[in-house]
Design a protein around this ligand. Structure first.
Ligand code: 4AD
Ligand code: MG
Length: 434
C-alpha cells in the first residue's frame, strides 16, 4: 500500500494531476463491466473513484465488486479534473484497500424513509448530505457565538447541570442525590449566571439544558443547548440591543461562511436579509391586540402560544421583540415594570417565517423583598434559593440577561422545519435512542 499522506476530499483540487491517497466511504457504485465508478465521501467533500478493468488488473477489479454502500476504503491514484463534472474530482485508482466492508443490507437506501425510521437510524442518517450540511451550520453558529462574546470581553462560565434550585416553570427531570435530597437537571444556567455577573461583570454560559416537556411539537426537545449571557449594569433596553446585535451577527456569519450548506438545504436566503433592518419592538398588550385582530382568542394575562406568535410576526416578516408580559405569565426572577406593575421587564424574540420564540430575556428583579415575595407566590422552596437571595442582600445590582435556544435558532437560519434534525442525537418525550 502507498505510504503517501492521505488527502481530504475537500482539498483534492489542489492536488489535480498528482498521485494521492484518500480515506473515504463509498456511497454508490456503478459498473459497466469494463469501467466502474464509485462515489466517495469523507465528511469534508466528495469525489469519484474510477476503476478501469484493463488498467487495475484482475485482482483489484475483483475487489471493486465488494464496494457496497458505506464500505470504507483507502485508495491511491491520480486526482484529475473531470471536464463533465468540474466540481467533483476523479481519482484514477491504482490501489484499493477495503478497510471496513459493509453488508448489503445497509438500512438507509435511496428511497423515501419515514422520519421515525430515519431517527431510529440516526447514527447512519447523519451521513446524508442534508444532515452534514445542518451539522456544519450548527457548528458555525456555535463558533460565531463564542467569537461574538469573546470580541466583547464576556467571560464564558460553565454552570452546574445537577441543581437544587428550579429556574423555569417547565417540567423537571430529577434524580436522588445521596443524602441531599432531590437533584434537578438544570433547566437554565441563569441563576448561577447572575452570581457570576456580580463577580465578572459580563458572562455567558453555553450548555445543555433539560426540560421534561410533555409537548410533541417541532420546537420542543427535552435536552437542548442554550446560550445565556448575563450582564451587570445592563437594563432591559441594553439587553434587547445586545440580542439584536447577536442575532444579526449569527445570521450574517452563516450567510457568509456556509453558502454551500445553505444551498444543499435549498434555503431561500433572501428571507434572512430581514435581520439587517431594525427588529420590531412591540408591547405585550399591543401584541395581544394584533393577534386578536388576526383571529386569535388569546386574552391579556395569558402567555402567547405558537399560533399567536406566528400571527404577530406575519405582520412584519422580520424579528419581533414582544415586551413586558404580565407577571403571571413569566418566571419569578423578572423585574417588576415600574411603569405598569402588573407586568415585568422582559422580552421574547420571535423569529420570522413563523418560527416563534428563539430568545427569552429579562431584567432581573434586584429588590430583595420583591423577589422574596415572588418566590413565595410561586411556592418555590426558599431554602434552595438562600444563596440566590444573597445576591440581592449583598451589593444588589441592576442586571439583565437572556437565553438563546441554539436548536431553534439553527433551525430557523437553516430553514429546517423540525428542531429534531438540528441536533445530532435528539432527545424528545418518545426518543432516548440512539
Ligand atoms: O424562555 P426560556 O425558558 O428562558 C430561560 O430559560 C431563561 N432562564 C433565559 C435567561 O434569561 N437566561 O428559554 C430560553 C430559550 C427559548 O427562547 C427557546 O429558544 C429555548 O430556550 N427553549 C427550547 N428549545 C428547545 N426545546 C425546548 N423545550 C425549549 N425550551 C426553551
Ligand atoms: Mg420563554
Amino acid at each position: 500500500m502507498s505510504s503517501l499522506p492521505s488527502v481530504r476530499l475537500a482539498d483534492l483540487s489542489a492536488h489535480a494531476g498528482q498521485q494521492v491517497t484518500v480515506h473515504a466511504w463509498v456511497t454508490h457504485l456503478r459498473s459497466s463491466g469494463k469501467i466502474a465508478f464509485a462515489a466517495l465521501r469523507d465528511g469534508s467533500g466528495v469525489a469519484q473513484a474510477v476503476f478501469v478493468k484493463n488498467e487495475v488488473g484482475d485482482e483489484l477489479w475483483a475487489r471493486v465488486a465488494l464496494l457496497t454502500t458505506e464500505t470504507s476504503v483507502r485508495l491511491t491514484g491520480e486526482a484529475r479534473v473531470n471536464p463533465r463534472a468540474p466540481g467533483v474530482l476523479d481519482i484514477g485508482v491504482r490501489a484499493l484497500e477495503i478497510i471496513g466492508p459493509s453488508p448489503t443490507d445497509y438500512p438507509i437506501q435511496p428511497k423515501e424513509h419515514g422520519v421515525d425510521f430515519l431517527l431510529n437510524h440516526r447514527h447512519f442518517w447523519l451521513r446524508a448530505p442534508r444532515q452534514t450540511a445542518i451539522m456544519r451550520i450548527r457548528s458555525e453558529v456555535e463558533q460565531a457565538i463564542h467569537d461574538f462574546f469573546y470580541a466583547r470581553d464576556f467571560v464564558r462560565c460553565d454552570t452546574p447541570i445537577l441543581t437544587a434550585a428550579i429556574g423555569e416553570r417547565a417540567g423537571l427531570f430529577s434524580t436522588e442525590y445521596f443524602d441531599e435530597g432531590t437533584a434537578y437537571l438544570a433547566q437554565t444556567g441563569q441563576l448561577y449566571g447572575e452570581a457570576l455577573a456580580a463577580s465578572l461583570g459580563r458572562i455567558y454560559t453555553f450548555g445543555p439544558t433539560f426540560r421534561a416537556e410533555k409537548s410533541k411539537t417541532r420546537r420542543h426537545l427535552t435536552e437542548f443547548w442554550m446560550i445565556e449571557p448575563e450582564m451587570a449594569w445592563y437594563d432591559q433596553d441594553d439587553n434587547m440591543d445586545l440580542q439584536e446585535e447577536l442575532v444579526r451577527f449569527l445570521v450574517t456569519r452563516v450567510l457568509e461562511r456556509r453558502p454551500a450548506d445553505l444551498a444543499v438545504l435549498e434555503r431561500d436566503t433572501s428571507k434572512l436579509d430581514c435581520v439587517l433592518q431594525p427588529f420590531v419592538r412591540l408591547d405585550y398588550g399591543d401584541a395581544v391586540k394584533l393577534a386578536q385582530s388576526r383571529g386569535s382568542d388569546v386574552q391579556w394575562g395569558e402567555d402567547l402560544g405558537a399560533p399567536d406568535e406566528a400571527l404577530i410576526v406575519a405582520e412584519y416578516e422580520r424579528p419581533v421583540f414582544v415586551m413586558n408580559y404580565p407577571k403571571e405569565a413569566k418566571a419569578f426572577y423578572m423585574k417588576e415594570n415600574p411603569a405598569d406593575p402588573r407586568t415585568v421587564l422582559c422580552s421574547d424574540l420571535l423569529a420570522p417565517e413563523g418560527r416563534g420564540e428563539i430568545i427569552g430575556g429579562s431584567q432581573r428583579e434586584d429588590d430583595y423583598e420583591k423577589i422574596l415575595h415572588r418566590l413565595k407566590e410561586e411556592k418555590l422552596p426558599l431554602e434552595a434559593y438562600d444563596w440566590y437571595l444573597d445576591l440581592r442582600r449583598y451589593g444588589s445590582f441592576v442586571h439583565s440577561g437572556f437565553g438563546l435556544g441554539l436548536e431553534r435558532t439553527v433551525a430557523w437560519i437553516a430553514g429546517v422545519e423540525h428542531i429534531r434534525e438540528v441536533i445530532p442525537f435528539p432527545r424528545m418525550m418518545d426518543r432516548l435512542r440512539p
